[in-house]
Structure formats: structure tokens, C-alpha cells
Design a protein around this ligand. Sequence first.
Ligand SMILES: C[S@@+](CC[C@H](N)C(=O)[O-])C[C@H]1O[C@@H](n2cnc3c(N)ncnc32)[C@H](O)[C@@H]1O
Length: 417
Amino acid sequence: MMFGAVEQLLREKIGLDSGTVGLSVIRHALRERMSACQISELQDYWQLLAGSPSELQELINAVVVPETWFFRDREAFTAMTRHARARMRPGQPIMLLSLPCSTGEEPYSMAMAMFDAGFGAQDFKIDAVDVSTGNLAAAERAVYGRNSFRGDFLEFRGRYLEAAEGGLRPEVRVLKQVRFRLGNLFDPAASYGPAPYDIIFCRNLLIYFNRNLQDRALVCLKTLLAPDGLLLVGPAESGLPILHGFASARLPMAFAFTNVEPAKAPRMVAPSKSRFGPATPAPISDVSKVLSPIRPASSNAAKVERSVHPSERAAQSLASVERTANAGRVAEAKELARTHLGEYGPSAEIFYLLGLAQDAEDARSEAIQNYRKALYLEPRHQEALAHLALLLRKQGDIAGAEALTGRLGRIGKRSGT
Ligand SMILES: C[S@@+](CC[C@H](N)C(=O)[O-])C[C@H]1O[C@@H](n2cnc3c(N)ncnc32)[C@H](O)[C@@H]1O
């Protein structure tokens, strides 16, 4: 009974969903706090909790998952610098937000990547927000051990970090770019700085929420992001923004989304060409071809249509399905996808888009089937892998989800991301 009340309190305060994170995590945090307070009865701890904001903060500190490391999902940082370059305005720094920032590895990596891309200290500002005072204290102390450095891409250590007692610390010029704040994604009164932000990293937080709270979180993020801003989420969260009017930036392994009217969104990459390698921006002329509307197959228009190469028509048709899905017109997107299948035959991309539309309607088993078909045709289809992993996780198939996430990671490593 009391345990249920604690569970509910954590859900209300920080969005933590016991169904997703597992009851054992909450039990473990409770045991830790009760022992620290020398309380043996849950009832007594509940009374303390109800009247003590500082104890609630301690419980939050104990229950959150702080897992993070430098340059986690490297391609996200490339997407960030590319977007920042496109948004440079004289005299106005690019505004970046890391929410949640955990123990600081993410925002410090953002600063290093911005310096590497040629930005000066005055060209950008990073706000870093987290709900855990413990994590923020560690972020401000900024001394990092082995766990914070994973993967093969570690040469940044020699350039930006220096030895400190107990580990390595980012140089002062990196530290100075980041301003840490205590804040809660769900707290409308929280001040994150002079929003809107050009770029928001909100990675590996949404996975701990249930569907309702994920929806609320994305609404909050939308209000914090500039109209043409870029949102970066974690690999297992990449199915969510598209349900809230964001459009995929189509940068492999970056899990990046633009906050624009989908029909107006410039595609950074032509579809299906660069899925497996580092993204290369498509020339503007190619992009506009891909985005141009499909003409009705009649009269003069049909003649023009017939003169277009079939592969280009198929690409246009795919782009149209995707635009429609991005615009939230799910039934129409499904219809267009089926027409496309009839006309151009099966392809990984169309099964993926059909899965996406079904995902948006919460038709999970159909979506899973279509993601699987996409992967049958293209085993390294990264978006299909990420979305399928998310769905399997939601269905409680954690082992299946983790196997897919592992596959995604290996693909990323092989393609150097
Ligand atoms: C797994 S870490 C993710 C860190 C980093 N973004 C990354 O991807 O490496 C999750 C962080 O979310 C924070 N957190 C949990 N609920 C939050 C909320 N409602 N608002 C802000 N931060 C929250 C936790 O304190 C924890 O530091």
C-alpha cells in the first residue's frame, strides 16, 4: 500500500514509471534511504517523505539512473555541429540544452564538439539541467574515471582533459561553456534559461516514462525548442518525436529530429542513399526533387510523370508517404504506403514507413511485423532496428530489445559513428 504511494509519488514528481524501470530499482532506493534515515518501517518513512522536500530530493537522487559517458552516440554530436553551423547568426550565440545532463559528460562533450567544429567560446552557450542534485554535484566537480570513457574514440581526452585527483577533468575553457541547473522536465515553473533553444539533447530519459508521460515530455520539449530547432533523443526513443510533429533529420545513428512543419522541413540527406555510412548532405537540387509533390497520373501531367525515371518516381512516392506520416495523417500515410507497395513492390523503406504509421496508431503487432519485414530486406536498416527495439521493450521483451540495440551499436561502430 505504502509502496504503491511511493511509486505514484515518483511518477508524479519525475515521471519515473515503475513498469518500465522495474520495481526492484524503487525498492533498492527505498532501502538505501530508509537505512540512511535509520527508519525500519515504510509507514514511518512515508510520513517523513510527505513532509520533507529534502528527503524527497534524496530519494530522487537514489532512484534515478545516472548512466552516461562522453560522446555517447557520436553521430549526435556531428548532427549538432552541422545544425549549429546552419543556424549561425552574427552576434547571437547558439543556445544548446542538455536535459537531462546527469553527471556532465554529455554537455561537456557538446562543448568539445563545438570547439572541434571551429566555434569560439562566445559563439555558443550550453545549459545543462537534471533533476538529481547528486548528479549535478558530480557534474560540477567534473572529475571522471574509466566508466565515463567508452568505445574506441577517445583521442579527445588528450586534447580537452587534464589529470586531476581521482581521474580526468575537462579543461577550464570546456567547463566554462556549461551552466548547470537543477530542473525537472515536467515542472513548468522551472527556468531553463532564455528558451527557445536551437538544439536540445534529451537522451535516455523518455525511456523511463510511460506513454502518457512521454507525450507530456515531448510537448514540454517542443515549447523549449526554437521553431526550426533540432532535438536529439536516445536510440530507443527515436520512435517518439515523429508522433509529435517532429520530422526525422535522417542522419544515421544521430536520432535527430527537426522541429518544423514537416512539409517545409529541409531534408538533410536524400532518402535511402546514405543509411549505412556517415551522412552526406544532399545537394539542394536533389533534395527538392525528392520533395516535389507527386503529379496526378493523367493528361499532360502523366506525360511529364512518365518522362521521370521510375526510380525517381519511387523516391518521390516514398517521400510523399513519409511527409504524410510526419504530418500525423496516419490513415492517409498507410493508404499511400499500400499504393506504393502495389506499384513499386516491396522495399525495406516502405515496410519501415508502414510500420511507423502503424506504430503511431499503437497497432503494435502490425508495426512489429513491418519493421521485421524491413529488416529482412535490409538487415542494417538503422531506424527499423531502433523502432523495433523500442516496441519490443514496451512489450516487455527486454532481451529482444537489447539484442537489437546491440546490433545497432555494432553497425555504428563499423560505420565509424
Ligand atoms: C540515463 S541518464 C541520461 C544522461 C544523458 N542524457 C545521456 O544520454 O547519457 C538519465 C538522467 O535523467 C535524469 N532525470 C530523471 N528524471 C528527470 C526529470 N523528470 N527531469 C530532468 N531530469 C531527469 C536523471 O537524474 C539522470 O541523470
